[in-house]
Design a protein. Structure first.
Length: 420
């Protein structure tokens, strides 16, 4: 499964020869001949990509080498698609650039929009960003009175990390006679359970603080919940997305995964709706929200954006400055910042993705929301609103994300991610 660092590596990649290949493979729903169709589709896409490369490389000898190495990559992708037959449970992404000896393959959950293959100067990251979206790393904790199991869930993959077993005190031999001994033993059992709950609650808090996971989900039986919940630190409670009913000894991993994903999907949907209405509301009051491409680009360049909202099917043109990297929503031929020439970007929502990924900006693709549609299908919730945000400034003057230190010209390196 792909890590954050690996996504960042892809976001930084650039090949001037425009022969960076991005292949997303979404297995077809199982039905007759479906596997064969998958492979044929990949072959067709490869042929089309090759045709594009051919047009670009016409006559130029440097491009000729790029063409040859891209051709080898495409052959390998087609073979891979054939091998993926019968592997219906997994989707796959391949990022390749033979000219730089670059080849990365990742398994993904089968939730891509479809199989696609693109050739560009940058890798095509939207399908990946849609999957990752605001995906936090999730912890799933199963607990009962003397056991606990810890899992992490990322991109549909569940892995068990830790297990705890605190045996309850064995009842004394006198239990069977009732009276004092039996009551005493009962209290010991209750004390042991409480001690165990406290230990697990502390472990969860520590894990959150160490960033082992950002959000978590609990599976436990109703009878234990109130006692365990009472032991949770308020910080851990804030990060809890939900609970499902589970008996730790009998629940299967598959059940844990599907229950946790259901809770996660519900919480994502609520969070997205909340952010949309908060952003629109903030923008109305000229506070911590902006709407519309021009203002969103400006806020991105100013380093103000905390959460970016993009309509699921949003497309817009823009220009980028070949000199300073400034992105502008107005299709102007000269850069308003440095007066150098600009070039057109076909899909600005793709062009800003590397920047979004590099700066760990929370991203939501918003589906069918009439309110959001009215404000232009692109908006951002801001961390702060800077004084200068009415002026257009060059991206190179922008202070980078605090945790990354100052990295001038960051966007400049990614410009034209979606240029044709
Ligand atoms: Zn410029």
């Amino acid at each position: 499964m792909i890590t954050r660092e690996q996504v960042h590596e892809l976001a930084q990649f650039e090949e001037q020869g425009a022969c960076a290949l991005s292949f997303y493979f979404q297995p077809a729903a199982p039905r007759n001949k479906a596997h064969k169709e998958d492979a044929i589709l990949a072959k067709d896409l490869a042929r089309e990509a090759l045709r594009q490369l051919e047009t670009k490389s016409n006559g130029k000898s440097s491009s000729k080498n790029n063409y040859e190495s891209a051709r080898a990559d495409l052959d390998r992708i087609v073979r891979l698609a054939q091998d993926l037959r019968g592997n219906g449970a997994r989707a796959k992404a391949v990022f390749a650039c033979g000219a730089q000896g670059f080849w990365r393959e990742y398994d993904l959950p089968p939730q891509l929009g479809g199989t696609e293959l693109t050739v560009s100067r940058h890798f095509h990251l939207k399908p990946l960003a849609q999957l990752l979206g605001a995906f936090p790393s999730l912890g799933v904790v199963l607990v009962d009175r003397h056991r606990a199991r810890m899992f992490d869930l990322r991109l549909g993959e569940l892995n068990e990390r830790e297990g705890f077993f605190h045996p309850l005190t064995r009842r004394g031999r006198g239990d069977g006679f009732g009276g004092y001994d039996a009551g005493h033993a009962e209290r010991r059992v209750a004390d042991d359970a409480l001690h165990h709950f406290k230990f697990i609650a502390q472990f969860i808090k520590d894990s959150l603080e160490k960033n082992m996971f950002e959000k978590w989900i609990i599976g436990c039986q109703d009878v234990h919940w109130s006692q365990f919940e009472a032991q949770l630190h308020s910080y851990a409670r804030q990060k809890l997305l939900g609970r499902f009913n589970a008996e730790i000894a009998h629940v299967s991993n598959e059940e844990v995964r599907s229950q946790a994903e259901k809770i996660f999907a519900g919480s994502q949907q609520r969070r997205c709706q909340e952010v949309v209405s908060e952003t629109i509301n903030q923008a109305r009051h000229h506070a911590r929200g902006v709407t519309g491409l021009r203002r969103v680009l400006n806020s991105l360049e100013l380093g103000e954006v905390q959460t970016l909202l993009i309509g699921q099917n949003y497309h817009a043109q823009a220009v980028e400055c070949a000199g300073c990297g400034h992105l502008d929503a107005h299709v102007v031929s000269l850069c308003p910042v440095c007066s150098r020439e600009t070039r057109e970007i076909v899909d600005v929502s793709e062009a800003i993705l590397p920047w979004v990924i590099r700066h760990d900006i929370e991203l939501f693709y918003v589906k069918d929301d009439p309110e959001f549609d009215k404000v232009g299908n692109i908006a951002a919730l801001l961390r702060f609103r800077s004084e200068q945000n009415k002026n257009v400034r060059s991206i190179t003057e922008v202070p980078a994300h605090p945790s990354l230190g100052r990295q001038p010209g960051l966007v400049g390196r990614y410009r034209g991610a979606a240029s044709g």
